[in-house]
Every structure is written in C-alpha cells, then in structure tokens.
Design a binder for this molecule. Sequence first.
Ligand code: 13P
Length: 258
Amino acid sequence: MREPFFAANWKMYKTPAQAREYANAFAPLADKFRERAAIVLCAPFIDLVPLREELRDLDPAGFIDVGAQDVFWEPEGAYTGEISAAMLGGESVDYCIVGHSERRRLFGDTDETVARKVTALLGADIVPIVCVGETLEEHQTGRRLDVVAGQIRACLGHLSDEQRAGLVIAYEPIWAIGTGMCDTPQGADETIGFIRTLDGGLEDATILYGGSMKADNAAYLCAEQNVDGGLVGSASLDPAGFATLIDNALRGIDGASA
Ligand code: 13P
C-alpha cells in the first residue's frame, strides 16, 4: 500500500523570514496528518536552512520533510550559481524536484540533464521528485502517453528497478500548471497508471498529479487508484490552505477505499 504524499512547490516565492513564518503556521495544522501521509515543503535554496531549523523545533520527529527545487549534477567545482546534491544533503534536504517544466522551458533542462541530476541525488541519499508532462499541443493531438513514456524512459532508464521503486514522480501536464485548467481525475489516473507499466519498479513508485490542484478538486483527483497525492504550486503558498487541501485529499482517499 503506497502512502499518500503531498509536496508543496513554492517556486520563487517566500523570503527566509516568510519560510519561518510558514513553518510555524503549518506545523501545528499538519500534526493531524502524522501516520496518514508524507509531506514535503520544496522551497527556494535560501529558505532550506531556515525551514529545516524551524521544523527541528516545531516537529522534532521530522514528520514534515524539506525539499529543494533543483540541483546540479557535479559534486563541486567552478559552476557559478549552482548547488550540488552533496551540499543539499549536508543541510538535511530529503527531496529535490528535477525536470520541472518551468526549468525545461526557461532554463534549458533536458531529459539528459534530468537523468544526470537524478543520479547525483540518489548518490547523496536525496529522493528525486521527477516531473514529466505534455504541452497543450501534444495533449490536443493525442500524444500525451507517448510524450510521457519518452520522458520517463530517457530520465529513468539508467536506474535499477529498486531505484525506480524508491522515486517520487510527478505527472504535471504543462497546460494545467498555473492555469486553473486541472486534468480530469480519469485523465490523471489513466496517465499515472500508464507510467506504472513503463519500466520495472515504477509500479511501486510514488506518483503524484500536479497542475492546478486545489482544495476543491484534491479529493476527486486523489481518490483515483493510481494517484498517490499532489505536487502543489500556488495552493501550497498559504499554510492553512495547503492543510485544507491535504485534509480534503485524504477524505477523498478514505471515501474511495470505504
Ligand atoms: P500550480 O499548482 O500552481 O498549478 O503549479 C503546479 C506545479 O507546477 C507544481 O510543481
């Protein structure tokens, strides 16, 4: 049985002071999800240490995890502006998003560089959250499954079944990100179910849906058998709103299994 999993992707929002405020507001609200779900807050690099420090006091058992939003694959060197997996691991970062469509579109990430980042993260005992998803044009021309299959094979084909089983993957249709145009629960379930068949180990991986997941649609999306939870952008920025979204999603999951 896979555990429900909710990851906040703050993107380029929140100063270190705001990250500390968020932790203080969110930790008491999230306490009731202990034993029920895994939760990770993926924050800008500069917020990771303050967030971890704050959570160490608020959540000593380490229930709420901290994640980064990108990494560079080399261990160290003359790479101005970059951060290595060893650096993140040294600051007790548990997860790291790679291959987000915003990085692919704006910063030149490719399946090949995503594959190298995944390897670097696994070497530092950080769980990659690997993003895949099709454009609107690919969606409208019926190529969603082909595109996703190509991304999964190119980003994860070099791993062992065991390594793939330990990953978090986020299916994020690009047309649904930040648009309010959420995929249908059936569409998300079909695509994620398909991803599970693509290669050894993926059946057991944690696979999330992302793209305009909100408090009012999380229950329907997460009630689907193949959807393990969400990678949540704008609806994760308010701590009370994110807690409500998780609450609703867990109700959806409970309802589906009742
Ligand atoms: P929104 O939830 O704001 O659509 O963003 C989704 C996303 O990109 C998460 O990584």
